[in-house]
Design a protein around this ligand. Structure first.
Ligand code: NAP
Length: 246
């Protein structure tokens, strides 16, 4: 069998898990690609390249030059641009593509979700009256909440945001998951949080805040995932491994 040469587009837990599986399989060669947003990314078991490719053209060139036979797009479900680029570049280079992503969270009994389509709608959903808002959206979209400066925000991030992006009343809390339920409840109580804003990222590592909101009876503004095109998709690492031998 010809050696398979896999490119994993990373930046997610699923990508790290898949990298470990590929590294352990002698029939596969693989490389994982990170955008470079995090200055101290977690280690991966595959060779790692960091930084953008230079749009569709750059990614197409990379696929051809590196003789990539299969691409798994295991980027975060909200990373829509790289997903669109991967789709176009794989079509141009003739490389099969699979999107590996975790399933979205689904509201359970007791959840008080307000489902919205994006950050602007999330900011509107907070309402006119000042509220104490836990922002679990990462640092990239925080500037979208400057239109609602009446609220007191608590923004949890892995890396420091740009100061100019923050709404006027905003405490930055540093933390990297997984988070334990009791710690999330303690945090919500300590900061007297009234409402949580989160992306529907899915997965277990960040789910405790949703459970904490349920336990405390808090509203959650749940930002829906962006459309990611119609590429083949799976939630299953075994299926992603099988794809690499297809
Ligand atoms: P994005 O908007 O979809 O992509 C912006 C640009 O970043 C892409 O056009 C590409 O640059 C580069 N890029 C993105 N992912 C890349 C990768 N894995 N390898 C090489 N280049 C990549 O992405 P984003 O939302 O900024 O997310 C960036 C990274 O952070 C992704 O890898 C994603 O998995 C991870 N992440 C995102 C979120 C989120 O909420 N968006 C949350 C957690 C982790 P070029 O056009 O130059 O190739």
């Amino acid at each position: 069998m010809l050696l398979r040469r896999a490119l994993v587009l990373g930046g997610s837990t699923e990508a790290r898990l898949l990298a470990t599986r590929i590294a352990a399989d002698r029939r596969l060669w693989g490389v994982i690609s990170l955008a470079g947003r995090t200055s101290a990314p977690l280690a991966h078991d595959l060779p790692t390249r960091v930084g953008g490719f230079g749009g569709v053209e750059g990614l197409t060139r990379y696929l051809i030059e590196e003789r990539i036979s299969h691409v798994v797009d295991a980027t975060h479900p909200f990373a829509a641009r790289i997903t669109a680029n991967a789709r176009a570049a794989c079509a141009a280079a003739g490389a099969p593509l699979l999107v590996l992503t975790r399933p979205p969270w689904v509201a359970a009994p007791g959840d008080r979700w307000i489902e919205v389509a994006g950050n602007a709608a999330a900011a509107r959903a907070l309402g006119d009256s000042p509220r104490r808002v836990f922002l679990a959206i990462g640092r990239q979209g925080v500037a979208d909440f400057r239109v609602a400066p009446q609220h007191q925000y608590f923004l949890r991030v892995i890396e420091a945001p740009n100061a100019g992006d923050l709404p006027p009343s905003c405490e930055v809390i540093f933390g990297r998951g997984p988070f334990a339920l009791e710690d999330e409840i303690a945090l919500m109580r300590d900061r007297r949080i009234e409402i949580i804003v989160t992306k529907n990222s899915g997965g277990a590592l960040a789910y405790a805040k949703i459970e904490a909101a349920r336990a405390l009876g808090l509203d959650v503004v749940m930002i829906a995932r962006p459309a990611r095109g119609d590429a083949a998709m799976t939630h299953d690492i075994d299926a992603a491994m099988a794809f690499l031998f297809s």
